[in-house]
Design a protein around this ligand. Structure first.
Ligand code: FEO
Length: 406
């Protein structure tokens, strides 16, 4: 794949990693990912971000298709995480840039990762503008979206925002633009990325969206550093609206049931919770944790207003897979959810208490009685599981109605 002209003077020169399954060491990227970076050709030539170090050759090949690297005058580092700054030392050596622009926190990260002795670093803040000839780069700090150093670069002459991680998706494809991809696949990619990376920073997302609206930036293109580029006004409106919706976390009328099981007793309870939800008219998905990575659970949560988690009691606690998923979920700070717990036990029975503590730590509403059964679920236990499903289904329906008609 060659460099791609994104605008007359702006080129995509990133890398596409079809083989990336593990994103940042904690999240799944089943469709691979891209590391996007861009070159602006002007009186001062500018490189915006780089790629992960193992993709150096791929990026340099595309860079050379657009410009001799020695002619890069400025480098903008919108964020210093190694997937965007991995090639920075190599490029500083090759390009010998006049300036490297980053936020104050970006400089701190830069000095933490690299030996920056002699680098011409200039820190910038929101409101600072750099002229490159026919273009002006306006810097907009977006702290904690998703690192303290993160910032956007806005180029009004191109009506373009280079948004770094924000609005990204883990999608490796030959397509470069959002309008070229199947919309359902795009939405899945946006939700997967948001729910596994951006979710804890939803308050900052809302602030950033309000700031963009307040600044009345004229935007017809948003170019993130992962995935596809939103290149027309309709798609810009689409992604801004989608981000507001994701950040607001209004609960979806669907429940997620996740569980692990030893001898299928907890599994039986899971299916009966599902029956109860069905009776209450609430769709659900059962996700056995032997089959599903914690990342898939979070992606599913994007559409679910309720989480019902189950585990047998194991060593006075819960099964490792349930512990892992609830720990991951808690760290990502989902809001406005309803929760429930169930599980079987042999002699001590702590599992539902441990699960409930996780749900409470996530400030979930817990409307139903947790269901626990000894050894094999008796008919009464299965009915209790169905009742839990019905209770959660009714509570979720009411919550969704309240939000529709406040
Ligand atoms: Fe895509 Fe924060 O790195």
């Amino acid at each position: 794949m060659n460099a791609v002209a994104v605008k007359k003077d702006l080129f995509w020169i990133g890398s596409v990693n079809f083989g990336c399954l593990d994103f940042h060491g904690y999240s799944l990227a089943p469709r691979g990912t891209t590391y996007n970076c861009y070159v602006l050709k002007d009186q001062k030539n500018v490189l915006f971000d780089t790629v992960q170090a193992p993709h150096t050759e791929e990026m340099l090949t595309r860079l050379k298709q657009v410009i001799e690297p020695e002619k890069i005058d400025y480098i903008v580092a919108n964020h210093l995480e190694p997937d965007h700054a991995g090639v920075l030392p190599e490029l500083v050596k090759i390009c010998r840039p006049e300036k490297i622009f980053c936020s104050v926190m970006g400089e701190k990260s830069m000095r933490g990762y690299f030996n920056t002795e002699g680098w011409p670093v200039q820190t910038v803040k929101t409101g600072d503008v750099v002229n490159t000839g026919a273009h002006n780069i306006h810097f907009v700090e977006t702290r904690m979206l998703h690192w303290p150093d993160s910032m956007f670069s806005y180029i009004p002459e191109e009506r373009l925002v280079i948004s770094n991680d924000a609005f990204g998706q883990n999608i490796a494809s030959s397509e470069r633009f959002a309008d070229e991809l199947n919309r359902a696949a795009l939405i899945h990619g946006i939700e997967e990325y948001y729910y596994n990376i951006v979710l804890p920073f939803s308050p900052q997302v809302l602030k950033t969206l309000d700031m963009i609206a307040g600044l009345k930036l004229d935007i017809e293109m948003i170019a993130p550093d992962h995935g596809l580029i939103f290149r027309n006004k309709d798609d810009v409106d689409f992604i801004l609206k989608k981000y507001r919706e994701l950040a607001e976390q209004k609960p979806g009328k669907k429940a997620l049931i996740c569980y692990d099981t030893m001898w299928h007793s907890t599994e039986k309870l899971a299916y009966h919770v599902g029956c109860g939800l069905e009776e209450a008219g609430v769709p659900y998905r059962i996700m056995p944790l032997k089959n599903h990575h914690h990342s898939e659970i979070m992606t599913e949560l994007a559409g679910c207003g309720a989480v019902v988690a189950g585990s047998p009691t194991h060593n006075n606690g819960i099964m490792p897979a349930v512990s892992a998923v609830l720990t991951y979920m808690k760290g990502l700070r989902p809001q406005n959810r309803i929760g429930g717990a169930f599980g079987s036990f042999g002699w001590s029975g702590e599992a539902v208490k441990v699960i409930t503590e996780y749900l409470e730590a996530m400030r979930m509403e817990i409307p139903g009685q947790a269901v626990k059964c000894a050894y094999r679920p008796a008919p009464g236990d299965l009915e209790a599981a169905a009742a839990l499903g019905r209770t959660i289904g009714k509570a979720l329906t009411a919550k969704c109605e309240d939000l529709r008609h406040p």
